[in-house]
Design a protein around this ligand. Sequence first.
Ligand SMILES: Nc1ncnc2c1ncn2[C@@H]1O[C@H](COP(=O)(O)OP(=O)(O)OP(=O)(O)O)[C@@H](O)[C@H]1O
Length: 584
Amino acid sequence: MFLKGICGSHPIIFGFVYVVSYFACEITSAVQVWFLGVWARQYENHHSSEVAIWYYLTGYTLFQVLAVMLFTISYTMHLFGTLRAARQIHDALIASTLSTTLRWLDKTPASRIITRCTQDIATVDGPIAEYSRWFFENTGLMIIKLGAVVVMSPIFLVPGAAVAVLGALCGQFYMKAQLSVKREMSNAHAPVLGHFGAAVAGLRSIRAFGVQDAFRKESYKRIDRYSRAGLTLYDLNRWISVRVDALGAIFTASLAVYLVYGCTYDASSIGFSLNMAVTFGGLIIWWVRVLNEFEISGNSLERIHQYLVIEHEPQAAKSGIPPAYWPASGSLTVEKLSARYSEDGPRVLHEISFKIESGERVGIVGRTGSGKSSLTLALLRCILTEGNVYYDGIPTSSLNLDALRSNITIIPQIPELLSGTLRQNLDPFSQYDDSVLNDALRAAGLFSVQSETDEGRITLDSQIASGGSNLHVIDDILTNPGDLTWTPCLATSAIDYQTDVVIQTSLRRELNKDVTVLTIAHRLQTIMDADKIIVLDAGRIVEFGKPSDLLMNKNGLLAALVEESADKEHLHALANGAESSQTT
Ligand SMILES: Nc1ncnc2c1ncn2[C@@H]1O[C@H](COP(=O)(O)OP(=O)(O)OP(=O)(O)O)[C@@H](O)[C@H]1O
């Protein structure tokens, strides 16, 4: 995933230029060292006045300039490649999370998603980009250094390869051992800080009860646990360093012995070979460490990848685009609609059928768990459904989800407001000017629940905290004058009675005649003057009709609900149309 991102849309060209520029840079650096030897050799056979210093100095400088240029090319490519990879991975993660199913969001803790999008993405941006470069660099350098040694003394190919293999084997041991030690360290870290924090916060109580000793002992115990893991990690590092350094030293020493006693190379060639061998030996330990860090930070990529292969909602297709005139009316026909939250979960709606004409106001009531919210989600295709729903004559199952959902407005019981100004929340795409926004707020009834002189009154520039607990449902009226509106109205603290009345009044006044309004109500007063009422029970429609008709059935569920409420006379009057004008 990461490599694909680095290489972009022309992986072969990118990979070729990158690898060639990098290797050419390192080879140039090695040749530069060799060239120094050539230069030094001139003084063995010639008098110093005969050595053309400018020639060698220019040659040396040119090698240097060439190496810098090649390095710049490969580094710039790596930089832009990793930026592109990080951006692509981030975009893919956000797109995947935002287009997942409600079910997945239900069962995945928000904190875990936030960690993926922050901590793991930060690892892709930083450490993975760096370690990938170092790993590639170190691998390339080792090959070149060993290659240079082998070119001078081919006999050293075998010991060189053996040293590399032995170093890699030690590295394997080290990596396996230190992974669990590091995990233990991070487990032991939080308790130390937590206990220290608790002790500082409760210092007075600790002293008042004279339990300093107990706290101190507990603190030492936790610090010991952390230090024990820390010491083991330190020892592991010594373990690998001693072995890998020893391997490098044995290799260089044996090469030195061979070059001095076993062959007839001149001093400068021997110097070059030893230089390469020493740096090769020193690189092994770095290679192991970088590989280890790369592998650890690679876990973030793995975790992100897990979030890319989650379940998703159907993608928008050309065939799902509705005709331009749609929806011409807000009529809704539901046939045998069943729904469940997951493939293997129980049905929460059972073959529900009803028909609502355009412009009707329909109330939906039922006891807790009867399926009111599930019906909303089923109409929006947020959960798994069977059966047919026709919205203005078109089956919603054939529509793209964005087309369907942008034509059904939900005014939720708990507002989904983001941190920012009220203006940004109302008009996230900056499409409207202030007068339109203020009109919407007025229409939503905001100005009738606060006066011009209120000190803390809400304006377009008011800052909204995440979740917007101080503001209620006002934004949908502006952003979506769709044909179907749901208003789940609550008798909870989220919306008090006064606000509920304001919202209902605004909805009645502002929405034009052919807007169909479905209101999920916990407060019967809100829907008693509706055109029709659907009564749900255990996922089935048990009553459907005009409120006054339903109330005639004394054994009916609506009648029972009304009987249970304190203001039943008022509700009866509303149902019979006597007080509807008062509410509106
Ligand atoms: N996220 C979910 N996952 C699985 N089952 C769910 C989920 N949400 C609701 N249910 C189940 O669906 C059924 C209908 O619940 P729903 O929330 O639609 O009822 P409701 O009438 O809206 O209730 P309330 O008045 O409490 O909001 C219940 O049996 C409930 O347990």
